[in-house]
Design a protein around this ligand. Structure first.
Ligand code: MV4
Length: 669
C-alpha cells in the first residue's frame, strides 16, 4: 500500500478521499488554489501545496504543477477525484512517465472510451447491446435517410464528437430528416469541429441506469450493481439511487455482465461506470463509460458496504480486488440528493455567497457508519463548513446528502426528514426543491425517466405560499429577543428584562415584514408573561418556552411551536421543518433614518421619548445596528446606524423628551 498520496482535486471529493486515506493510515497531500487557501480539503490533509490562481485552468487543471507537487512531497500516487484531470489520458500518462501511480485506469482505456463512435464499435465487438442505429463512416444524406427509414421513427441524430446532450436532434418522420440532418451537422461543426453524425432509435421515456464496475491489474473484474440516475435536469443529475426500482435479478445480471464485458474490452483497471439508457420495459443499451469514480458512488457504497476509495487505493497499489462477484450483495436502499447553491426559481442559476448559517441533520461523513449490516441512516459528504464561501470559480455543490433504509420507502422517509433538517442561510439552495421532488408522486412512486422534472413543473415549482401565523410569530419573538437590551442584560436595567416588563404597560409595537413582495404586519403587545401577537384577523398569546441561540420554542395559546430563526441583516429566515421562510424585516425608521442622515446627523423622525440608548460614545457599530429606541404614541421605534461607523456624541439621555427633527447623536461613517 502507498504511504503517501496526492489528491489532485478540491471540495467534497478531495475530503472524501482524504477520509479513507486517513482511516487506512495513508498520508495525504492536498493541492489548493488561491481561493482555497482556507478550504476544508486542505485542513483534512497532512500536507498541502499551492498550485496557482483561483481559476481552475491555472491551478487544478495544470498537470505540470500537480505532478511537480507530487514529486516535491514524495507522494507515490495521485488520486484525481472527478472532474478536472480525472478523465485526461494525457495526465494519466504524464503521471506514469513521472513514476507516479495514477489512481485510475490506464491512459489507453480513457482514450478508448473518449470517442463516441469508436467506443460504440468496440462495444459492438464485445457484444454489449447498442441502441438500434447507424454509427458508420458513410455520411451521404440519401444514405443516412435510408438508414433512418430502416431504423424507424422517431430517430435521434447525435454529433459523433458530441456529448452531454449537445448536437442532438429528434426527428419524428422521414420528411423532416434532411433538414434536421443539415442543422445537426452545422451545430456539430461549430461546436466540435467535426460534422460526423450517428443515428439512433429515439427512446421516448428512457431511464438512465449505470453499472459500477471494478477491475484490478490481475485480470479480475466485478460489477457492484446499478444506480438509477434518471432524475436529471439539463443533463445534470439531481437524485440518484441504488438499487434501481423495478430491477429484476435476471436483468441485473445481464446489465452487470454487459458492463464487465465493456470494461474488459478496453483493458480497464480501477473504478469505472458503464452508463446505459433503458426503456420502460427494461431493455437497455450502452451509452458511454465514465473512466473515473463518480459523484454518486456513495449510494453504491451504502448498499454494498464497501468503501470504493479503499478499493481504488488497493487496486492502484497492485492488490487484487477485495471481493469476488459471488461475495457481493445488495443490502437495503440508498438515495443521494445533490445540494446545490442555486436558485430553482430562476432557472437554477448558481448562487454565490457565504454559508452564514449552516445546520445539518445528524449524519456520518464520508463513511458507511460503524455497522456494515446496518449502514448509517444519513451520510453527508461535503467540502464546505459554516462560514465558507461558495465561489464563482468552481461547481456550486454544497454537499451530497445520502440516506440509507432497509427499503426504498424507508430511504425516502429518511431523505425527506434529512432535507427538513438541513438549513442554509447566506445563499440560495435547492433544498426545498429537492424535498418537493422526493415527495412528488412520480418520484415516490418510482415512475422514473429522464423527463420527470420537465413533466412535473406544477408540483415542483408551486406558487410561493405566504408565511403563516406561526412563522410570523416566531420571527417577531426572535426579533424582540435579539435586541441588545435583552441580550446584553445588566442588573438593575429594566430594559434588560426579557419578560416584557414596562413602566407603562401595555406597549404595542408593529413589525413590518415583506414576504414574496407582499407586506405583512405583526403587532406585538407586551404582557406580564410574554406578548400578545396579532396578525390580520389572527391573534395568540405567546411566551418563550426555550431560547437557545437561534432555536426557539414558543407557546402560542397553548400550542408549542418550534423553529430556528436566523436574523441576517434585514433578512429573517424562519425554519420550521415544514418550510424555510425568508421574510424581509422592514424597520421604517431605519429607512427614514437613512434619508434623514446627512453629514452624520441622526434626527428624531417624530416627537417622543428616548426609552433606551443601546450604544456608547466612540463605539464602532455596523450598518443596521440599533442605536437608540424612541417611544411615540405607545409604539417603539428603533433608530439604526445608517452605515458602518463610530458613534461620536450622544446628545440625549434615557427618559428625555425630544422634538421632531432634533439631532439625536452624531455619527462618523
Ligand atoms: C438518447 C435519448 C433517447 N434516445 N438516445 C442525452 C445525453 C447523451 N449522453 C444521451 N442522451 C440521450 N440519449 C436515444 N437513442 C435520450 C437522452 C437523454 C438523456 C439520457 C440520459 C440521461 C438524461 C437524458 C436527458 C435527456 C435526453
Amino acid at each position: 500500500m502507498f504511504t503517501k498520496i496526492l489528491i489532485a482535486n478540491r471540495g467534497e471529493i478531495a475530503c472524501r478521499v482524504a477520509a479513507t486515506a486517513r482511516r487506512m493510515g495513508v498520508k495525504t497531500v492536498a493541492v489548493y488554489s488561491e481561493a482555497d487557501v482556507d478550504a476544508r480539503h486542505v485542513a483534512l490533509c497532512d500536507e498541502s501545496v499551492p498550485v496557482g490562481p483561483s481559476a481552475a485552468r491555472e491551478s487544478y487543471l495544470r498537470a505540470d504543477k500537480i505532478i511537480a507537487a507530487a514529486l516535491a512531497t514524495g507522494a507515490q500516487a495521485v488520486h484525481p477525484g472527478y472532474g478536472f484531470l480525472s478523465e485526461n489520458a494525457g495526465f494519466a500518462q504524464a503521471c506514469a512517465d513521472a513514476g507516479i501511480s495514477f489512481i485510475g485506469p490506464p491512459a489507453s482505456a480513457i482514450d478508448a472510451m473518449g470517442s463516441k463512435s469508436a467506443a460504440k464499435t468496440l462495444m459492438e465487438k464485445a457484444g454489449v447491446p447498442l441502441v438500434p442505429g447507424y454509427h458508420g463512416e458513410e455520411q451521404d444524406p440519401d444514405f443516412l435517410q435510408a438508414e433512418a427509414d430502416r431504423i424507424g421513427y422517431p430517430v435521434l441524430l447525435k454529433a459523433s464528437a458530441g456529448g452531454g446532450g449537445k448536437g442532438m436532434r429528434i426527428v419524428e418522420s422521414s420528411e423532416d430528416l434532411k433538414a434536421a440532418l443539415a442543422s445537426c451537422k452545422r451545430e456539430a461543426t461549430s461546436s466540435f469541429g467535426d460534422d460526423k453524425v450517428l443515428i439512433e432509435k429515439y427512446l421516448t421515456r428512457p431511464r438512465h441506469i449505470e453499472i459500477q464496475v471494478f477491475a484490478d491489474s490481475q485480470g479480475n473484474c466485478v460489477y457492484l450493481f446499478e444506480r438509477d440516475c434518471s432524475v436529471q435536469r439539463r443533463h445534470q443529475k439531481v437524485l440518484e439511487e441504488a438499487p434501481a426500482p423495478g430491477m429484476t435479478e435476471e436483468r441485473r445480471r445481464a446489465m452487470g455482465e454487459a458492463a464487465v464485458a465493456a470494461a474488459r474490452a478496453v483493458g480497464y483497471v480501477g473504478a469505472g461506470t458503464v452508463e446505459f439508457i433503458a426503456n420502460q420495459d427494461g431493455s437497455f443499451y450502452f451509452m458511454e463509460m465514465n473512466t473515473r469514480l463518480q459523484v454518486e458512488h456513495p449510494v453504491t457504497e451504502m448498499i454494498t458496504g464497501q468503501d470504493l476509495v479503499e478499493w481504488q487505493l488497493r487496486v492502484a497499489s497492485g492488490e487484487a480486488l477485495p471481493l469476488r462477484q459471488d461475495q457481493l450483495r445488495i443490502n437495503g436502499h440508498a438515495l443521494e440528493a445533490r445540494i446545490y447553491a442555486e436558485n430553482p426559481d430562476n432557472n437554477f442559476l448558481p448562487s454565490i455567497g457565504r454559508l452564514r448559517h449552516l445546520r445539518m441533520p445528524e449524519a456520518v461523513s464520508f463513511s458507511l457508519g460503524d455497522n456494515p449490516a446496518h449502514p448509517a441512516a444519513v451520510r453527508i459528504d461535503s467540502g464546505v463548513r459554516a462560514g465558507d464561501a461558495i465561489s464563482p470559480f468552481y461547481d456550486p455543490m454544497i454537499a451530497k446528502l445520502i440516506v440509507w433504509g432497509c427499503d426504498r420507502e424507508e430511504a425516502l422517509a429518511q431523505m425527506a426528514s434529512a432535507l427538513s433538517h438541513y438549513q442554509v442561510v447566506g445563499l440560495m439552495s435547492n433544498i426545498a426543491f429537492l424535498k418537493r421532488l422526493v415527495e412528488s408522486p412520480p418520484f415516490a412512486g418510482a415512475d422514473l425517466d429522464t423527463g420527470l422534472i420537465e413533466r412535473n413543473q406544477d408540483v415542483l415549482f408551486p406558487a410561493p405560499q405566504p408565511a403563516g401565523f406561526d412563522v410570523l410569530a416566531l420571527a417577531a419573538v426572535a426579533l424582540v429577543l435579539s435586541e441588545p437590551r435583552y441580550v446584553a442584560s445588566g442588573a438593575g436595567d429594566p430594559w434588560a428584562r426579557a419578560d416584557g416588563w414596562r413602566m407603562n404597560m401595555p406597549l404595542r409595537r408593529r413589525f413590518h415584514f415583506i414576504d414574496h413582495a407582499s407586506p405583512l404586519d405583526v403587532a406585538v403587545s407586551y404582557r406580564s408573561q410574554g406578548w400578545l401577537i396579532e396578525q390580520g384577523a389572527a391573534a395568540a398569546q405567546a411566551s418563550v418556552v426555550r431560547h437557545d441561540g437561534s432555536d426557539y420554542a414558543i407557546r402560542l395559546d397553548g400550542r408549542l411551536v418550534r423553529g430556528t430563526v436566523v436574523i441576517d441583516g434585514e433578512d429573517v429566515h424562519v425554519f420550521t421543518g415544514e418550510r424555510h421562510a425568508l421574510l424581509r424585516y422592514i424597520d421604517p425608521l431605519l429607512h427614514a433614518g437613512e434619508a434623514e442622515d446627512e453629514g452624520g446627523r441622526l434626527t428624531a423622525p417624530m416627537p417622543g421619548k428616548i426609552v433606551a440608548i443601546l450604544v456608547s460614545k466612540d463605539e464602532a457599530v455596523l450598518k443596521g445596528a440599533p442605536l437608540l429606541i424612541m417611544e411615540a404614541m405607545k409604539m417603539e421605534h428603533t433608530i439604526a446606524a445608517p452605515r458602518d461607523g463610530v458613534v461620536q456624541e450622544l446628545l440625549y439621555a434615557t427618559g428625555d423628551q425630544v422634538e421632531e427633527g432634533v439631532q439625536l447623536l452624531s455619527f462618523q461613517a
